[in-house]
Design a protein around this ligand. Structure first.
Ligand code: PEP
Ligand code: MG
Length: 600
C-alpha cells in the first residue's frame, strides 16, 4: 500500500527509485556484535597513543581530509561546477581551521581519544552555528559536522558509505561531501527528514537538477518500518520511493497509478524547463512587449557569474550580511570595497547592482558582534537600528560602497532594510553623506553620487509610502518580512504554513498602496522577496504595477517565461481579481490558467 508523506519542496523535479538509507542502519547481528564488543572492552585498557602521537594523528588526519576536499573541489571545478566546488574549497579550510583542529588538539592534550576529540570539537563548532537563528548559517553547521565525520573516518581507516545503484537518498540530513562523492547518475533524488532549502546537500542537488524534499516528519520511521515489513515478508527488493521536489511530496511503494501521475508531472516540468531556458537571451517583458527588468538576488560575489549566466539584468538585492558570516571579525572596509567592486565590475555600468546595507541583528545574529539576546528578535535591534552600536557597521559599509563605485566607475545603488519611519530614512541619508564627506576630505576615491533606496518590508513604511517616496530614489518591497509582519506569523515557523503565502490579498492590497505612494513621487518599485521568483507571484506583482522583479538566479527562467506568456491587459485583469479575493488560494486559482499556458 502506498504511504504518502508531506514535506517541503526544495529542488524541483520528480524521481523514483530504490531507497538508499544514509547512514545505513546496522543489521541486528551488527548491533549485537557491537553490544558484545562494548561489554568485553568495558574496563579493558585500550592501547593508548602518547600525547605526541595522538596530536600527530589528529593533525595528519585533518590535513588529509583537507587534501581530499581540495581534490574534490578541483574535480568539480574541472567539471564546470564552480559553485559546488566552492562548498568543498570552504570545507577544506574548515578541516584545518582553529575552531576544529586547535580545539581537537586541546581536547587530546586534556587526555581525550583522538576520534572523540575531533567529533566533540566538530559538534561544538556546529552547535554554535546552529544556535544562530538563521537558516543559511545553521546549514553551514552541517558542513562542519561533515568535515568532522571525514576526519573521524580517516582516523579509523574507514571509507565513506555510498549507494551501489541509482537511488533516492533517504536521510535525516545528508552530508554535502557524501552528496558530491556519489558517482554521477547514482543520486536520483533526495528525501530528508530534517534539512532546509539552504542546506548544502540541497543546494548541490538543485545545481545538479536532482529533485529534493526536506522537513519530511516521520520519513525515517516510515521507511524503516516498511523495510522491516518487506524483509519479514521475505521480499529481497529494496523499498521503492518517489520524490516530487516541486510539490513537496514523498510516496513509499507508489502504485502503478501513482507512477503514471508522477510521469505526467515529470514530462510537463521537463517541457516547461526546456521552453523557459530557450528564452534566456530575451530581456524580461510581457507578450506585448512591456519591459520588466529581471534582476538577481545574490549573497556573495561568488553568486554573480551564475546570476549573469541566468540572464540577470542586474542585481536587485545583494544581501551583504553574508559577508559577515563564517568569520570571527567583521569584514574590513577594504575587504568590503573589493567585494562590492567585484560585483559592480562583473555587471558593468548598464546593469545596476543594488547593495543592501547589512541586515544584521535579530534573527541574523552574528556571534562575534556580541549583540544582546532579545525575546522577540524579529521585532528587535536589527539592520539600520544598529547604526549607533559598536563596530560602526553601517558607516564602514557606506564608505566601502562609495569607494567601490569610484573604482568600478559605476554609480552605486544602496538600499536600507527594515525602514520603519521617516527618521530611519533621515538617518540613512545622514550616514550616507557623512561617509562621502569623510572620504572626500581625505582625498580617497569616492563616487560622484549614490542612488538611494529603501526596502518596504515593515507595515509602517508601507503606510507611509507616499511620504517616504519623496525622500528616496526607489523602493524595493521585501515580501518575506512584509508578509510576516502583516500576518503576525514568524517566517521561520514551519507550523504556520497557511499564513505564510505572500499572495494573500492583505499583502497584495498593501503592495498596491505602496505602488500608489511611489507613483505619486514618480519613483520605481521593485520586489525582491521570494514572491517575485514565484511565477504566480511575478504575474500578480507586475499586474499591480511593480516595475522590476528580483529573484534567485534559478528562478529567473521561470518568471521570464511566465511574463512572456501574458499581455498587459490580462495582467490588469488578473491583478484586479486578485485584489478583490479574500485568500491566497483564490489568488492562485485566478493565476493558474495563465501558468497552464507554459505547459500547453
Ligand atoms: C524580504 O524580507 O522579503 C527580503 C527580501 O529580505 P530578507 O529575506 O533578507 O529578510
Ligand atoms: Mg527582509
Amino acid at each position: 500500500m502506498t504511504i504518502r508523506i508531506e514535506a517541503s519542496a526544495a529542488a524541483p523535479g520528480v524521481a523514483t527509485g530504490p531507497a538508499w538509507r544514509y547512514p545505513r542502519r546496522p543489521t541486528q547481528e551488527e548491533t549485537a556484535a557491537e553490544h558484545d564488543r562494548q561489554q568485553s572492552s568495558r574496563g579493558a585498557v585500550r592501547p593508548k597513543l602518547t600525547e605526541v602521537q595522538a596530536i600527530a594523528a589528529v593533525t595528519d588526519a585533518a590535513h588529509r581530509a583537507a587534501d581530499q576536499l581540495t581534490a574534490l573541489a578541483d574535480r568539480l571545478s574541472e567539471a564546470g561546477r564552480r559553485d559546488d566546488a566552492g562548498i568543498f574549497g570552504a570545507q577544506a579550510m574548515m578541516a584545518t581551521d582553529t575552531a576544529l583542529l586547535d580545539e581537537a588538539i586541546r581536547r587530546v592534550r586534556a587526555g581525550m581519544d583522538p576520534v572523540e576529540a575531533v567529533a566533540e570539537s566538530a559538534t561544538a563548532a556546529a552547535e554554535m552555528l546552529a544556535a544562530v537563528d538563521d537558516e543559511l548559517l545553521s546549514a553551514r553547521a552541517a558542513d562542519i559536522r561533515d568535515v568532522g565525520a571525514r576526519i573521524g573516518r580517516i582516523l579509523r581507516g574507514e571509507q565513506p558509505e555510498l549507494p551501489e545503484r541509482p537511488s533516492i537518498a533517504v536521510a535525516d540530513d545528508l552530508p554535502p561531501s557524501v552528496t558530491a562523492e556519489i558517482p554521477a547518475g547514482f543520486l536520483r533524488g533526495v528525501a530528508l527528514a530534517g534539512g532546509s532549502r539552504t542546506a548544502h546537500a540541497v543546494i548541490l542537488a538543485r545545481g545538479l537538477g536532482i529533485p529534493a524534499v526536506v522537513g519530511a516528519a516521520g520519513l525515517l520511521e516510515a521507511v524503516d518500518a516498511a523495510t522491516d515489513a518487506a524483509v519479514a515478508a521475505g521480499s529481497p527488493a529494496p523499498l521503492t520511493i518517489a520524490v516530487d521536489g516541486s510539490r513537496g511530496e514523498i510516496l513509499l511503494e507508489p502504485s502503478d497509478d501513482d507512477l503514471g501521475i508522477l510521469r505526467g508531472r515529470a514530462d510537463a516540468l521537463a517541457k516547461r524547463t526546456r521552453r523557459a531556458a530557450a528564452l534566456r537571451d530575451r530581456p524580461g517583458a510581457t507578450a506585448d512587449g512591456e519591459r520588466v527588468p529581471l534582476v538577481a538576488n545574490i549573497g556573495t560575489p561568488d553568486d554573480a557569474p551564475r546570476a549573469l549566466e541566468a540572464g540577470a539584468e542586474g542585481v536587485g538585492l545583494f544581501r551583504t550580511e553574508f559577508l559577515y558570516m563564517k568569520r570571527q571579525t567583521p569584514p574590513t572596509e577594504h575587504e568590503q570595497m573589493l567585494a562590492y567592486r567585484r560585483v559592480m565590475t562583473a555587471f558593468g555600468p548598464d546593469r545596476p547592482v543594488v547593495i543592501r546595507l547589512a541586515d544584521i541583528g535579530g534573527d541574523k545574529g552574528i556571534p562575534y558582534l556580541g549583540l544582546p539576546a532579545e525575546a522577540n528578535p524579529y521585532l528587535g535591534g536589527r539592520a539600520t537600528r544598529l547604526a549607533d552600536r559598536p563596530h560602526d557597521l553601517l558607516r564602514t559599509q557606506l564608505r566601502a560602497i562609495w569607494q567601490a563605485g569610484a573604482l568600478a566607475e559605476v554609480t552605486p545603488h544602496v538600499m536600507a532594510p527594515m525602514v520603519a519611519t521617516v527618521a530611519d530614512v533621515k538617518l540613512l541619508q545622514q550616514l550616507r553623506d557623512e561617509a562621502r564627506d569623510d572620504l572626500r576630505s581625505k582625498k580617497l576615491p569616492c563616487a560622484r553620487k549614490i542612488v538611494t533606496g529603501i526596502m518596504v518590508e515593515i507595515p509602517s513604511a508601507a503606510i507611509l509610502a507616499a511620504e517616504l517616496a519623496q525622500m528616496v530614489d526607489f523602493f524595493s518591497i521585501g515580501t518575506n518580512d512584509l508578509m510576516q509582519y502583516l500576518m503576525a506569523a514568524d517566517r521561520g515557523n514551519a507550523s504556520l504554513g497557511s499564513l505564510q503565502d505572500a499572495l494573500h490579498p492583505s499583502v497584495l492590497r498593501t503592495i498596491a498602496g505602496v505602488i500608489h505612494g511611489a507613483d505619486s513621487a514618480g519613483i520605481p518599485v521593485a520586489v525582491c522577496g521570494e514572491l517575485a521568483g514565484d511565477p504566480a507571484g511575478a504575474l500578480v506583482l507586475v499586474g499591480l504595477g511593480v516595475d522590476e522583479l528580483s529573484a534567485d538566479a534559478g528562478s529567473l527562467d521561470g518568471i521570464r517565461a511566465a511574463l512572456a506568456a501574458v499581455t498587459r491587459a490580462e495582467l490588469d485583469d488578473l491583478s484586479t481579481r486578485a485584489l478583490a479575493s479574500v485568500d491566497a488560494e483564490s489568488v492562485r486559482a485566478i493565476v493558474a490558467p495563465y501558468l497552464a499556458r507554459l505547459t500547453d
